[in-house]
Design a protein around this ligand. Structure first.
Ligand code: DGJ
Length: 700
């Protein structure tokens, strides 16, 4: 057998040392062509006085029993006891972009294949397949999709933690001794953000620094571990979390983990974000190349809530169309008996009282106004007060003898019961067949409890249901929502056209939330809505100009009633909707770069068109700046040698516009080189709280 194996991707490379046991990782990161023996020498060390006598190298499958004292990547149970594991390398196969290591433990009858694939620029995926090659069954207690010994330079991490309406709060710092795990336990990734991680050098910033990004592409529960032992060795593990007894392998059976997606960049956070965005666009998002322009939504939720009927929705649709809205989404409240959040999940037919002639007249009205129709559903749930539950009380996930605890007054529909899955498919299929529905917002408003050992099977059943509907209705776009960002991952995004990043539409909060999601997701999949003022989550009131500018940097929508706005607000909103339409090509197909800003309350992003001819900048401030002389904003992603015309798109934020330098025509545009814009920058008034500017940039 070869002594080394390597996997080369575009802009990324991994080098392994092969021996009798589990392959060791010698290098992961920038492409290198050095002699592997020299790399081995450069990465080796001698034994110290207090460690196992055989030097261990950082390998891809830490197990208990070998002298490794950290968290093992695999734990199997037989007869209630942990199985001793001792893997040897049986085969290493490199087929171009795929590298596979087959490991076997003959004594235990276990075969494990680790698969690494170089997928797109700077991005690899890793997964594991476990086969019971013996003659007795065993259970899986833990199996990481990836156990990664971190390179020495990646000694800092950015972890994510969040909550409902406050997703993806970043926590950056050195990787400390000990183990930090952020496993999820609600049958979905949850608001915790443990399925996203950056490992990087200390000096990482927007434009520079080496960084590894990792994500588990799975919509169920995860394990996520960051660990540093007492000698300083660091590892990351990610995988699907498995409840005790949930996965038992009989002889001949196998279990395949969901993939971890790993990205690498030497060009800081922006380099990594753009590599993930390209990977998403070409390898994950369903039929992305054929997507029409991302239409401006009006969603009824924060406009009407449950206070809807045919007449009020028709009126809302007419007001929406007058602003230039392109899609009218009927959110929660339209189906049989649903007047509040206490009833009816499962009864997916139009409410007879609210829509005496069904949804047809409303759909006709919306389409007559030049918009298309979207509709909200929450198919994985069942209300105890529903016809479905009364007819099938055992179709919820439950445990015998244990009270059926609700959240938002609802239970989880057990999709592993084939009749239940069939029922939902039939109802949704009818809905999509009867009406010209272009878009389905698929919500999921409570975690699984109890999981009853069904977390994995329920996730697989969800995928099967969505896949079946997509085959039956290939033109319908799906949005995945889980009370906002409770279930965002590349697994669901291989079946959906967008996600709902947060229930929090307050622009002050959204600036941070969108920037954090933007590290891993391209802007066209991030729903971004103008909500009402007062904001229903935070109670904060904000100016329409600020709300609209912030909402424009994603997949824009409106979630407030135009009838509740004054004339000026409607006019300001309409102009921004027009800006969005004019710039969405740039926003949704090119590169996005975060800008280095002055202080924590300031945010800046530039979207540069794929051909480099146009760019749009959002700069915004949530709080009051420390200095009145805000630091000039230095742009990114431009061509140093080119000249650009840069203008401030109107309307301008009211207070801040007093401080624009006099005597220059910022409306018509100022000409500057890419070099100046990126090295010195432009001084735009950005000292006042809740202020945002849009800068339009055209290459000359
Ligand atoms: C939670 C979602 O995140 C909201 O946007 C809305 O659709 C409500 N559910 C409706 O119940």
């Amino acid at each position: 057998m070869e002594r080394f194996a390597r996997l080369d991707g575009d802009g990324i490379c991994a080098l392994f040392e092969l021996g009798e046991g589990v392959p060791a990782l010698l290098h992961l990161g920038a492409p290198v062509s050095d002699n592997p023996d020299s790399i081995r020498a450069a990465t080796s060390r001698g034994l110290h006085e207090n460690e196992p006598d055989v030097l261990s190298r950082p390998d891809l499958l830490p197990v208990e029993g070998s002298g490794f004292l950290g968290t093992p990547a695999i734990e199997l149970l037989r007869g209630g006891l942990a199985m001793p594991l001792d893997f040897t390398l049986e085969r290493s196969v490199n087929e171009g972009t795929v590298l596979e290591f087959r490991l076997g433990d003959k004594g235990s009858g276990v075969t494990l294949t680790l698969r690494w694939e170089a997928v797109s620029e700077g991005v690899m995926t890793m997964s594991a397949r476990l086969l019971n090659s013996g003659s007795a069954s065993f259970g899986i207690a833990r199996l990481a999709s990836l156990a990664l010994p971190l390179p020495g330079w990646a000694d800092h991490a950015t972890r994510y933690a969040g909550r409902w309406a406050g997703e993806m709060r970043e926590d950056t710092g050195p990787i400390e001794r000990g183990a930090v795990s952020s496993d999820s336990r609600g049958g979905r990734p949850g608001f915790d953000g443990g399925n996203w991680l950056l490992a990087h050098e200390q000096s990482l910033c927007a434009k520079t620094g080496q960084v590894l990004g990792m994500h588990l592409a799975w919509s169920g529960d995860h394990i996520s571990l960051l660990e540093r032992n007492d000698d300083g060795a660091m590892q990351v593990q990610m995988g699907a979390r498995i409840d005790h007894g949930e996965v038992i392998l009989e002889p001949g059976e196998s279990f395949e983990t969901p993939p971890v997606c790993l990205g690498f960049s030497e060009k800081g956070r922006n380099g990594l974000a753009n590599r993930f965005a390209a990977y998403m666009r070409h390898n994950v998002l369903p039929d992305r190349a054929e997507w029409p322009a991302r239409r401006v939504h009006l969603n009824s939720w924060e406009a009407l809530g449950f206070d809807m009927d045919e007449a009020s929705l028709k009126r809302l649709a007419s007001d929406a169309a007058a602003l230039g809205i392109e899609r009218f989404v009927i959110d929660d409240g339209w189906f049989h008996g649903r007047r509040n959040d206490r009833t009816s999940l499962g009864d997916w037919t139009a409410d007879e009282g609210l829509f005496p002639d069904g949804l047809g007249p409303l759909a006709d009205h919306v389409i007559g106004l030049g918009m298309d129709v979207g509709i909200w559903v929450e198919p994985e749930m069942i209300s105890p007060d529903s016809d479905l539950y009364r007819a099938n009380p055992d179709w919820c996930i439950h445990q015998h003898g244990v009270e059926r605890a609700t959240q938002r007054n609802q239970l989880v529909l057990d999709l592993t019961i084939s009749e239940a899955a069939e029922h939902v498919f039939a109802r949704l299929n009818t809905l999509l067949s009867l009406h010209p529905i272009a878009y389905m917002k698929w919500d999921h408003n409570r975690p699984l409890f109890p999981r009853a050992g069904k977390g994995i099977a329920q996730t697989e059943a969800l995928y099967a249901l969505l896949d079946r509907l997509r085959v039956a209705h290939p033109k319908v776009e799906f949005e995945s929502c889980a009370s906002g960002g409770g279930r965002i991952d590349y697994g669901i995004l291989s079946r959906a056209h967008r996600v709902w990043p947060s229930d929090n539409n307050d622009p002050v909060e959204r600036l941070r939330i969108m920037e954090a999601w933007g590290q891993f997701l391209p802007p066209e999949v991030l729903g971004s809505h103008v909500g009402p003022s007062l904001n229903p989550v935070t109670g904060r009131s904000t100016d329409m100009d600020f709300r609209a500018k912030v909402a424009l940097f994603g997949h824009m929508g409106i979630e407030t009633d135009p009838a509740a706005m004054d004339e000026r607000e409607r006019a300001v909103l309409a102009v921004h909707i027009a800006h969005y339409k004019g710039w969405r090509n740039v926003l949704h197909s090119g590169a996005m770069h975060q800008l280095d800003m002055d202080g924590e309350g300031a945010f800046g992003r530039i979207a540069v068109a794929a051909d480099g001819a146009r760019a749009l900048v959002l700069i915004a401030r949530a709080d009051l700046a420390v200095d009145h002389l805000a630091r000039p904003v230095r742009l990114a992603g431009l061509d140093d040698a080119a000249t650009y015309k840069i203008s401030l798109l109107e309307p301008w934020p009211h207070k801040a516009s007093q401080y624009v330098g006099r005597g220059f025509d910022w409306r018509a545009g100022i000409e500057l080189t890419g070099r100046f814009l990126q090295s010195s920058g432009v001084a735009i008034p950005l000292v006042h709280p809740e202020t945002a500017w849009l800068l339009g940039i055209e290459k000359q």
